[in-house]
Design a protein around this ligand. Sequence first.
Ligand SMILES: *[C@@H]1O[C@H](CO)[C@@H](O)[C@H](O)[C@H]1NC(C)=O
Ligand SMILES: *[C@@H]1O[C@H](CO)[C@@H](O)[C@H](O)[C@H]1NC(C)=O
Ligand SMILES: *[C@@H]1O[C@H](CO)[C@@H](O)[C@H](O)[C@H]1NC(C)=O
Ligand SMILES: *[C@@H]1O[C@H](CO)[C@@H](O)[C@H](O)[C@H]1NC(C)=O
Ligand SMILES: *[C@@H]1O[C@H](CO)[C@@H](O)[C@H](O)[C@H]1NC(C)=O
Ligand SMILES: *[C@@H]1O[C@H](CO)[C@@H](O)[C@H](O)[C@H]1NC(C)=O
Ligand SMILES: *[C@@H]1O[C@H](CO)[C@@H](O)[C@H](O)[C@H]1NC(C)=O
Length: 403
Amino acid sequence: MAAMSKASLIVAAIFLLSLTSATVAHGLRSGRKFVMSYDEPCMEMRLYLHDILYDYSNSTSNSTSAAATKPTALATAVPSTGGTFFGRMVVFNDPMTKGKALPPSLEETAVRAQGFYFYDKKEDFSAWFAFSIVFNSTEHRGTLNLMGADPNTATRDISVVGGTGDFFMSRGVATLRTDAFEGFTYFRLQMDIKLYECYLGLMATWSNASLIVAAVVVLGLSSASVAHGRRGRSFVSSYDAPCKEMRLYLHDIIYDYSNSTSNSTSAAATKPTALSTAVSNPGYFFGEMVVFNDPMTEGKALPSPAMEKTAVRAQGLYLYDKKEAPNAWFAFSVVFNSTAHRGTLNLMGADLMSEKTRDLSVVGGTGDFFMARGVATLSTDEASADLSYFRLKVDIKLYECYV
Ligand SMILES: *[C@@H]1O[C@H](CO)[C@@H](O)[C@H](O)[C@H]1NC(C)=O
Ligand SMILES: *[C@@H]1O[C@H](CO)[C@@H](O)[C@H](O)[C@H]1NC(C)=O
Ligand SMILES: *[C@@H]1O[C@H](CO)[C@@H](O)[C@H](O)[C@H]1NC(C)=O
Ligand SMILES: *[C@@H]1O[C@H](CO)[C@@H](O)[C@H](O)[C@H]1NC(C)=O
Ligand SMILES: *[C@@H]1O[C@H](CO)[C@@H](O)[C@H](O)[C@H]1NC(C)=O
Ligand SMILES: *[C@@H]1O[C@H](CO)[C@@H](O)[C@H](O)[C@H]1NC(C)=O
Ligand SMILES: *[C@@H]1O[C@H](CO)[C@@H](O)[C@H](O)[C@H]1NC(C)=O
């Protein structure tokens, strides 16, 4: 409550300034500026996604996606149409390009889309997507995390729910349009990404916003935190320093098909895809989806005596999504059930295993973490050669908290 009086003054100032512009920027001492502009995006780009589905031939080199599951029994039982693949899940690691042409190398592009889609309608084509766009070029480094419905309409909007790196904490909307469709083996999606919440460096060019930043600075905002008063909770957003941070270790022990089930915390829900077994080195499990309910601990040691009962757990899925190297994609919740914390944090993002550290988005929270957002940095703390056990260090930093 101590910070409130100053905060409410700033809220009032920002509110007044908002009346003259749809753009609000919170100035900070150094580092990032939060820019939100709901009339026009603070950042936009057009990219094309190329998806080449593995067709079970021996030609694996240009495949960028593969079916991880068969269509469900429901799909095959629907008499009239069939063929809409209800329930089929496809794992992809697709190149994205600025132009429409396929890139010279399908594997090595500066921008990639990694994740999955599944078909989800009986009588028509309809899909649902969850994936990350991974930027790895001199122009941009970082990820955007997206999810949403892809029905059979001319254009469809999906949500950009978070970002990392150059896209730190971004949110927005991506509009998809099918640009080419060749049977079921190749499609190209035009993706118009518009970010309406951006955190930009000082040097970025946003003339409208800088006016307001100047005003905020003049009003004497010397703190890095901005708090908006509400009846019960206060919203604290602080982009230079997290409003909450914690380190946890995640232990994953995959079931090995033995009778020793007691210490298994995860299990493969699908086999590696046919693409994975067809490529020369099938050891990277392309398309395998693993469901987990993993203990998380403050220290590195496995919880004792029980793997099942810990105050913090990670529940969700990861899938392997690269042909020539181990690489994963995560969507899960961290569930807290202790005297210290009760509630959940929801995370998603690419686990680029070739990198020492990888950032995932914390896209939301509940309970003690009501509406929280932030970034979680993963690093592999230990892993057996066959990945049957791994321990991840998870550094969670929340930059939007309601306290
Ligand atoms: C694929 O390769 C296997 C082994 O090299 C061979 O037996 C099979 O005939 C090939 N299939 C096609 C469709 O080329
Ligand atoms: C993929 O490779 C096969 C065989 O090399 C070729 O027939 C096909 O046209 C290629 N597809 C694309 C989209 O390049
Ligand atoms: C990003 O690019 C660098 C340089 O080309 C490469 O060494 C690194 O493996 C790439 N990272 C990913 C995740 O692709
Ligand atoms: C500033 O706002 C005006 C009017 O809303 C708009 O036309 C212009 O493009 C904006 N400039 C920038 C850099 O966003
Ligand atoms: C697993 O359990 C089954 C049934 O109890 C038994 O037949 C089998 O031999 C066991 N396998 C191993 C590897 O212990
Ligand atoms: C899991 O249990 C098996 C058999 O009890 C044991 O060999 C293995 O080392 C255990 N794994 C871990 C990570 O504790
Ligand atoms: C949380 O902990 C309480 C007390 O230990 C227990 O009764 C309850 O089942 C737990 N809830 C979950 C979701 O694990």
